[in-house]
Design a protein around this ligand. Structure first.
Ligand SMILES: O=c1[nH]c(=O)c2[nH]c(=O)[nH]c2[nH]1
Length: 283
């Protein structure tokens, strides 16, 4: 019995793309940016039976091509909403390939909101989790550490990475304009004096965020150190702070291959591998 091919669809999932909408009216430092990030699943239906039944790939639009297409479309589409970008993508595949009969697009947005009043720093909504550790020995005062996890923040300019060590395996170029995105974990120790924990936490978080936006970052390492110092300044009762700032890479999409310029607008978002940068800053 020849088995029947009952149903099929294929495509690419988790194509993650971010876009910086830049007005280009001023030097990057003075521009007011908007930042959007989406993850796209795209699946095609159509005359692809031969690939399954005969190993004939001639009609198959490679999933790699599907992926590239999303980055190209991200350049032209403002990505005002996941709905409108989804329609752009579906329409494109139907227009481009006559043998595609249906295109299914599923999108998820990571919502970035403006951080404080910064024109080009952002915070992802929702995820920050306060943490605490308390140890108390009998007859002694409690030792309290506090912190948080999952504070996702990003700068869309005023961040670079240059003049780093030259070695035979180095391929990364110097840059003075990139995206720095990180998922901050912090933990600080109190010295045992009387503290209003809520007020201290608020002051420390404000100091960390205020420092994140207020300087040109030459590296995650430098920004971490500056943020740690600001936290210590914000609260006298803190003896030290450990910050972990993973570098959640947004890599410039190579659109030159398709004859398009990409002036730091469209980025490939990756979770893995990621840079891992941690340090303790003490008085
Ligand atoms: O700020 C950075 N620090 C690094 O150590 C590093 N390494 C890398 O590849 N990119 C970056 N960025």
């Amino acid at each position: 019995m020849a088995a029947k091919l009952a149903k099929h669809t294929y495509g690419k999932h988790r194509v993650r793309v971010s876009k910086v909408r830049r007005p280009r009216k001023a030097a990057p430092k003075n521009e007011t940016h908007e930042f959007v990030e989406v993850s796209v699943d795209v699946e095609l239906e159509g005359a692809f039976d031969a690939a399954y039944l005969k190993g004939d790939n001639r009609a198959v639009v490679a999933t790699d091509t599907c992926k590239n297409t999303i980055y190209v479309l991200a350049k032209g589409d403002p990505i005002d909403s996941v709905e409108s970008f989804g329609v752009t993508i579906a329409q494109h595949f139907l227009d481009e390939y006559d043998h595609v009969t249906a295109c299914h697009v599923t999108l998820e947005e990571r919502v970035w909101k403006r951080l404080l009043d910064s024109p080009h720093s952002f915070v992802a909504s929702g995820a920050m989790t306060p943490t605490a550790k308390v140890t108390q020995s009998r007859g002694e005062a409690p030792q309290v550490s506090a912190g948080f996890e999952h504070l996702l923040i990003a700068k869309t300019t005023e961040t670079g990475f240059a003049d780093f060590h030259q070695s035979r395996y180095r391929t990364l170029s110097d840059t003075d304009d990139r995206i720095l995105a990180t998922d901050v974990t912090a933990a600080w120790d109190y010295d045992g004096s009387q503290v209003d924990y809520l007020a201290a936490r608020q002051a420390i978080v404000e100091a960390l965020l205020g420092k994140f936006i207020d300087h040109y970052s030459r590296s995650v390492q430098e920004t971490l150190y500056l943020m740690g110092g600001a936290a210590l300044e914000a609260c006298d009762a803190v003896t030290n702070i450990t910050l972990t700032l993973p570098n959640k890479h947004h890599i410039l999409a190579d659109l030159a291959r398709f004859g398009l310029e990409n002036e730091n607008e469209v980025f490939v978002v990756t979770d893995e591998p990621f840079g891992y940068i941690t340090a303790t800053v003490a008085r």
